[in-house]
Design a protein around this ligand. Structure first.
Ligand SMILES: [Zn+2]
Length: 385
């Protein structure tokens, strides 16, 4: 059937009218359950995987000896037979339809405590797999609130949970970072921006920690491990750039990858990683620990979430009309400070090697503009995946 442009417009117009008359939830496509399975991960962790046709939106609750995963706008699927690993903590999985929500009820052999955000992954479809919600947990003492009903518990978690952001001001102490022609030091600019960012994020309902709040030197691995210790949901490392060409200006945003996306990104990572050569010890040991802690599945998920944040952040900077360095929105390079289990990005907020931008970066007005753009990007980031 041939649909003319005019005909298509007419059909679209009609659909919109028809849809506005429907309840709100009907606007989103109904999700379908595709698979349920458990497995055992290193460290005797039980892994529960819930596979769905569309990106799931979920909440968790912990009634006695159960883990309940509630999927919004999802229908039960009786053709899905759970595959259960014998050594896992889950003895049985059942489905129960509650209105438009589907509850996946996992009966547990032993109680578990609340599953931390860092142990919950959402993976995009790849190969033969659909969307996968992946939950890792071990046996452990439940908190007193766990006996409350599923509904109450869900509300309690939502109300109590503040997303944790760790903001890292690059360099510091004996490491000035790059220095502008007018003598402006990277370590001072990024610390000033980091402090402003912390106060604005906190006032927007986030719990923000700084890796450094004064002029001190920290190794790259220490910065990453602060994010780990704080169980951060997001890690933002702030830097300012220098380029051999004094004309070069603008911000650029990076995520971690083993291979640099371009020669410039590779050189930049080398320059930023060189901060550690100022200290005595390397970060090989820390890196090794992280490598062991991260399964390839998790690495993939952390990379994906970082990419999502970085893209949103680039958009936010552009919307604020902050000058962008020519090139792709997000670049990749092996930055040591980004080596962790926490999704994050490294932001080069501008060039100190460019006189005009050096002046801008020193001004409170421009720093606030950058801070506002970052706050927006954090607010828009989908923490709940
Ligand atoms: Zn730097």
């Amino acid at each position: 059937m041939k649909i003319t442009r005019r005909g298509l417009l007419k059909i679209t117009g009609f659909s919109i009218v028809a849809m506005t008359a429907l309840p709100r939830m009907a606007l989103a496509a109904r999700n379908t359950l595709r698979g349920l399975r458990t497995g055992i991960q290193p460290g005797n962790k039980t892994r529960l995987v819930i596979e769905t046709a569309n990106r799931p939106s979920y909440s968790l609750s912990y009634p006695e000896n159960q883990l309940v995963v509630t999927l919004s706008n999802t229908g039960a699927n009786t053709t899905v037979k759970p595959k259960l690993a014998t050594d896992a903590l889950v003895s049985k999985i059942s489905q129960s339809q509650v209105g438009d929500k589907l509850q996946i009820v996992a009966d547990l052999k032993k109680p578990i405590s609340e599953i931390s955000k860092s142990s919950i992954l959402l993976l995009e479809p790849n190969g033969d797999n659909d969307y996968r919600l992946v939950l890792d947990f071990v046996a452990g003492a439940p908190s007193a609130t766990y006996t409350t009903s599923a509904a109450t518990q869900t509300t309690a978690i939502t109300a109590a949970r503040k997303y944790i952001v760790v903001v890292d001001a690059g360099h510091g102490g004996k490491d000035p970072g790059c220095i502008g022609r007018g003598g402006t030091r990277e370590k001072d600019i990024v610390l000033s921006v980091a402090k402003k960012l912390k106060s604005k994020l906190d006032s927007n309902g986030f719990k923000t920690y700084l890796t450094r709040s004064n002029d001190t030197y920290l190794k790259l691995a220490e910065r990453a491990s602060i994010a780990e210790k704080r169980k951060a949901d997001l890690f933002i490392s702030l830097h300012a750039n220098a380029n051999p060409s004094r004309k070069m200006k603008g911000f650029s945003i990076y995520t971690l990858s083993e291979k640099a996306s371009d020669e410039e990104a590779r050189k930049l990572a080398e320059a930023e990683n060189a901060a550690d050569k100022i200290g005595v010890e390397g970060f090989t040991e820390f890196e090794e620990n992280i490598r062991i802690a991260l399964s390839s599945l998790q690495q993939h998920a952390v990379a994906e979430m970082s990419e999502e944040y970085a893209n949103g952040c680039a958009k936010s900077f552009k919307r604020a009309s902050i000058e962008q360095q020519p090139g792709p929105d997000v670049r990749h390079a092996p930055f040591a400070v980004l080596r962790s289990t926490i999704p994050g990005a490294l932001l080069e907020i501008g060039h100190l090697s460019n006189s005009a931008e050096e002046k801008l970066l020193k001004s409170d007005k421009h720093q606030n503009k950058i801070v506002d753009a970052i706050v927006k990007s954090v607010k828009n980031y989908n923490f709940e995946v």
